[in-house]
Ligand binder design. Sequence first.
Ligand code: G3I
Length: 322
Amino acid sequence: MTPIPENTLRNAAARRGLLVGAAVDSDALTTERDYADVLAREYNAVTPENVMKWMHIHPDRGRYDFTAADALVTFAQQHGMEVRGHTLVWHSYNPAWLEQGSWTRDEAIAELLNHISTVVGRYRGQVGQWDVVNEAIAHDGTLRDSVWLRTIGPDYIGLAFQFAHDADPAARLYYNDYSIEAPGAKQDAVFELVRSLRDGGAPIDGVGFQGHIESVTAPSEATLTASLGRFAQAGFAVAITELDVRVSVPANETMLTRQAAVYQSVLAACLATPRCGAFVTWGFTDRHSWVPAFFKRRGEALPFDTQLQPKDAYRALVKELQ
Ligand code: G3I
């Protein structure tokens, strides 16, 4: 393992007791040496961007493919990084056999149990945190339609947490969602959901704030601090789990300066919240980011540029940690 220079993001974060992570593109990790080097040098946590999702890890009924997920977990272990598992239960990126199967409620529960106990069990003691249920609430605060809601009903959420806990009692278990950074119907619904889960005995530890935000409409530091605090004061751990700050492209200096200020304010809100233990960005280099493919004329959303050179956003993060 190459020695880590003093003034990296991960060193600055470690001094504050914070996990600083990035979602990892597994193809890039295996084919681009500079990508792997910067990741190991700068981050002390990783999230698999796609390879632990159901479609990837459990492509056929009864067949799991752990190749890419294992490789990432091994990489993390070699470089002293925590793994945030992502994600066990989601309405999206499911294989056809699951989505199109006609399941009775009991059969669906059996499939859910099989999946969660197999995946969490494989990484027991190696994946410290799991996004157990991802994006179960719709924008208006209702439960989002999914194969799980249709077959099992609302109980699927509590069952998923229980199955994950049974498979690895030491793992910290999160509900993860987007557009909850500012108050509103969705944040209220997520708050009620996690509180009722906990009150009902479900083993839920925390709430992940994804944080896919647009630079010019980003919530203020005060808003975000209040939002994180709302959950933390109710006894939940919180984490920034998928931050990226998209700008109009090609970006000019003014936009990148503003983007850096947004990154800094999100980190400041996390640091101001005692129960905020992880700050994770959705990728780390503009070379690999979901943003340009999903948002018209938006991109350059991450702290390193396509050449893996640090941007203003990176410097702002290190400064905030110091
Ligand atoms: O694997 C195929 C590859 O074989 C093929 O060549 C390529 C051609 O387009 O597609 C590849 O699959 C794509 C995959 O990303 C890997 O690049 C899928 O089509 C594409 O749908 C998938 O998108 C991912 C998306 O989740 C759906 O799983 C994004 O990379 C990923 O960033 C995004 O992540 C989500 C979080 O999990 C949850 N929160 C929101 C976040 C952003 O949407």
